[in-house]
Ligand binder design. Sequence first.
Ligand SMILES: [Zn+2]
Length: 712
Amino acid sequence: MRCPSLRPCLPLSLALSLCACTDGLPPAPAQGPHVPLNLLVISLDTTRADRLGCYGHATASTPTIDALAERGVVFKNALAHAPLTLPTHASLFTGTFPPEHGIRDNGRTSLPTSLYPMAAVYREDGFRTGAFIGAVALDSTFGLDRGFEVYVDDMGPPDSKGHKPVQRRGAEVTDDAIAWLNRLGEDEVFFAFVHYYDAHAKYEAPSDFATTGDSYDDELAYVDSQVRRLQSWLESSRRDEDTIVVLIADHGESLGEHGEPTHGALIYQGTQHIPWILCMPDGRWAGTEVTERVGQVDFMPTMLAIYDLEGYDRSSGVNLLPLLEGESLGERAMYAESEYCSLNYGWAPLASVIRGKWKLIDAPTLELYDLELDPKEERNLAAEHPDAVESLQAELDELRRGMRDYGAQAIEQNPELLSALEALGYAGGQPEPGERDGRNPIESIGLLARYHDAVELGHDGEYERMVPLLEEIVAECPGPIGFRATLASGYIEVDRAKEAVDLLEGVLKESPTYEPAHFYAGRANLRLGNLDRALAHFRTNLSLVPGNWRAQIPVAQILTVQEKAEESLAAWQRVVELQPSDPAQRLELAEAWRRVGRWGEMVAELEAAHRLAPNDHDANAYLAWTLATAPVEGVRDGARAVLLAERAIAAGETADRLDTLGAALAEAGRHQEAARAVQRALGLLPPNAADLRAEYEGRLALYSSGRPFHHR
Ligand SMILES: [Zn+2]
């Protein structure tokens, strides 16, 4: 039984009423008996129901999920309310539809503070709460972390170019989840949320799982193996006896159906029909198959009902427990939408309503399907059944009228996050779509697929192929500024910077605050040698997104080239502020200090770079050189310079490093050794290095006469 000490010290109802004004809490719940069970919610990102064994996929390799389904409840007709990760997770955890919570796309808005998410309810009720995230689409920026004590959304360290990973393997997510679970006390109850992103494109499962003959199914097999690890942990810690396990998808995957390779734009059943399995530890409802249509908004009210926490519930869904007891909730209309193309490209929004066997898609051309006879939605019956169309339209209107608006919460522009989302195949939350042409996404899905291909080619550095593809796309659909800005970015890479500038000027005339266009215009002008123009664009970009280090670096570089020593120093300081762990930027800042004659600060920066990259021997030799030759008394340190120079030489002897060692030895008063080092350096110089030879010989003369070499 749950330990009574887990009750919050403050009576729950009082705690709620105290916070209600700021956190938008619903009225206090009626106190009821509490179930001392843990809750493990596993989100299967991008998982089509019909690709799991328990939903009838014969060649699936999902034994763990299937076994859970056998011991639990399977909702056979569960629906996602959007084909996108963030909007649907927001629906799951607040019980509200996308128009209500205001998250219609990935990367634009965050959860309204007026909504009280599920984790917050459990935490308030004494649960330990932890979330373990698989991709940046659910970054804490978007507010789903509210209520979680622990929200692990760090995707790992940046690569050599400074790019942070945008997703991570399920194994890492599981590791983090298990590590956290292991830290919990035996008498603590938990609500854990584990998010597996592996089934998302590209489908590249670890080779051990390439067994099904289909790369998407292989990813699901891999995810199943991670669910098995969680299940094994539950069993070995005997938490399987008191833990409810829920598996649910955020949306499915089109896999080419209706011309859509992945998901996001369209709302056919391939993306909207999701798996949902509920497994009770005591075997309650085992083997129950629920065929009534349910939606993600029902998830929160159902879970809260199991825990007798209904008083918190302000959701638009319903408690599904009566269905598990064999009752019916009656026929309900189910809502779904995709605003993706509307928000990003100015195309028409899509919405759908399902009631009984009928599904209506509200698009510029209405589509009506009989899901019983035509589950693949291949025969549009709108013309044949105008009555059904009319009543479903009325149904959709009524659903919309019944929705509340909790106020979308804008997020701060964060270029890092936007480009990460773009790398996942989303538009990256562009603020403005450009000129709206209202076209039907269903008819233009091929165009969109080609656009995603082009973006992918760009990520792979294949600009020669990307540019002509984008030219075609822009000719066909010139409205979206994202299309044109991406084409411009390609022009820059294939030495057509002038065309990039022309294109971007048009974009910026329409949308002067579109920050990526300023960034690309900066880069294009830089290529053309228009330094002042470039500087102006980069600075505008920075005024729109002050943390954008990718724009801050060229600003500093341009000011350096323009020999504006003080200004460039300030610019490099800002770069280091934004990228404090990048040793290369520290070296740049050191140089900037040198240019204004601040040798002490220069050495401090070189030391910082050395701490970050102790095995960068060129940088170490440079530090040694500065410690030996700085023109300021207190800055020099001959002994340390010798040590660093010797280590650099041990890693590889070069003329330059020997020359540095010579300077260091001379500074340390070891003039004869210094002279020998420079003589060795002279021996390594190529014959055509006359200038260097003269320099070295000058230093050799100094050392031979017992003097060190110092800069002036
Ligand atoms: Zn997703």
